[in-house]
Write a protein that binds this ligand. Structure first.
Ligand code: SAH
Length: 419
């Protein structure tokens, strides 16, 4: 989501302000830092990075702080780093041109509605297009700062999304990646008088774009994974068979404390339904360890879900208290216990992951190549999100090739293109 916000800002700056990009920040007239505030660490990093940029920037260059940390710290950023020229919140991206010309501007209104704003075009990759389908988040997860930095959830009108997808496909993209905090809650609220379209219907309409070959999305919320959604996912051949299911915790008690709206049993039931409908699906997840009050038994439930589901990929985090969240003042789990749990989970995940990967040797996948990487390799993904590299160069980019897996690695597999 932040990457797409950056693309939107770059688009406005190029088209409206005549900026171009530079690889070297010492030459830049404008330095934008787009921040995250989901966990505490990136916030600390912001101030140390700002110091470095300020010290080495070209004389007269402006510095802007954007994104979620901008939303939640606002003025304080300028107080702590007075050389910052403006602060622009995650929900105010379209105002980039405005703040650029007002010194010390702070635009962080989380009620500002950008859901129908027509951004200019800029994409980092011509092969894969990120497309926002909603702004904000309507959930009330007690650990999460996102609703406080991105505001209420508003869906972007379906016709705007389809228009954007068509434009990306005309520009050569064969894959689109739909973005939102709860994509499968799409359509619950629009800002204007827009046609009420739900997520499954949006997917059906997008898949009618002929030259579009692949549709991905993130994140769906387990609470909204009803049968219709899972069946559309399984049935629609353009939807990539890779599902992100953010578990957060395997303990029903902790899930309730987190206000996630589902139980351990519901989550496992949804995984079973998904695998029954779609046996090739790969499933990834997010897990928070040591949420306040998490006991050994609660953690054992998370481990149990890990063992039952055998996720293809996990993103795991130690709980980090965030300002203005319900859980902020709850007593934290001892930090050593928290670290032990995190490393236990990651070790278990590596074991599961190695077993899953080992079984892929010799398989053949249709890979969509999108990136040049080191040492003369090109990498891409299978439909079910396995990252595979082959020897090759530019001419492979933007093409689909059948690839046989020849070497297994932990984060990337190596393969050979079949003639
Ligand atoms: N909308 C997504 C969450 C996006 S934030 C959802 O509902 O699942 C991305 C991930 O960051 C979350 O899934 C969660 O695992 C992690 N996260 C969010 N707040 C956190 C916190 N306070 N401490 C640690 N991890 C957190």
């Amino acid at each position: 989501m932040n990457s797409r916000d950056s693309e939107h800002m770059i688009a406005q700056l190029r088209e409206k302000e005549g900026y171009t990009m530079t690889e070297e920040f010492r030459e830049a007239d404008l330095i934008l830092i787009n921040t995250c505030s989901v966990r505490e660490r990136p916030v600390h990093k912001l101030f140390s990075e700002l110091g470095g940029f300020n010290k080495h920037k070209k004389s007269g260059a402006k510095i802007g702080v954007c994104g979620c940390t901008a939303s939640h710290l606002g003025e304080e950023i300028i107080k702590r780093a007075p050389y910052v020229n403006f602060v622009l919140g995650a929900r105010n991206v379209s105002k980039i041109s405005e703040v650029l010309h007002k010194d010390k501007a702070v635009e962080i209104d989380i009620n500002y509605d950008e859901s129908e704003f027509a951004f200019d075009d800029f994409r980092t990759s011509p092969y894969k297009a990120f497309i926002n389908i909603s702004i904000g988040c309507d959930k009330a997860c007690t650990f999460c700062i996102v609703p406080k930095t991105r505001g209420d959830e508003i869906s972007i009108p379906a016709d705007l999304i389809i228009q954007e997808a068509k434009k990306a496909v005309d520009g050569g993209a064969k894959e689109i990646f739909l973005l939102g905090q709860n994509v499968n809650n799409y359509g619950r609220r629009f800002s204007g008088d827009n046609e009420k379209v739900g997520f499954s219907e949006l997917l059906r309409r997008l898949s009618k774009i002929e030259e579009l070959k692949r549709i991905r999305f993130t994140s769906p919320h387990p609470f909204h994974m009803d049968d219709e959604f899972i069946e559309e996912f399984a049935r629609n051949p353009k939807i990539c068979k890779s599902m992100h299911m953010p578990l957060q915790s395997g303990s029903s008690r902790i899930l309730k404390e987190m206000k996630r709206g589902y139980t351990k049993e519901w989550f496992i039931n949804r995984v079973e339904k998904l695998r029954a409908e779609c046996p090739t699906v790969s499933i990834s997840t997010d897990i928070i360890v040591a949420f306040p009050g998490e006991s050994d038994e609660d953690f054992a439930d998370t481990v149990d879900v890990m063992k039952k589901v055998r996720f293809d990929q996990i993103f795991s985090f130690k709980y980090s208290p965030r300002p203005e969240t319900e859980a902020e003042h709850l007593t934290e789990v001892d930090s050593e216990v928290a670290s032990d749990r995190l490393s236990y989970l990651q070790t278990l995940n590596n074991e599961i992951h190695d077993e899953i990967n080992a079984a892929l040797l010799g398989n053949t996948y249709s890979v969509y190549f999108e990136e040049l990487i080191r040492d003369g390799y090109v990498s891409g993904r299978s439909d079910n999100n396995i990252v595979i590299k082959v020897k090759g160069s530019e001419e492979l980019l933007g093409t689909f090739q059948d690839v046989k897996v020849t070497t297994i690695g932990r984060t990337i597999l190596t393969g050979e293109i079949l003639a």
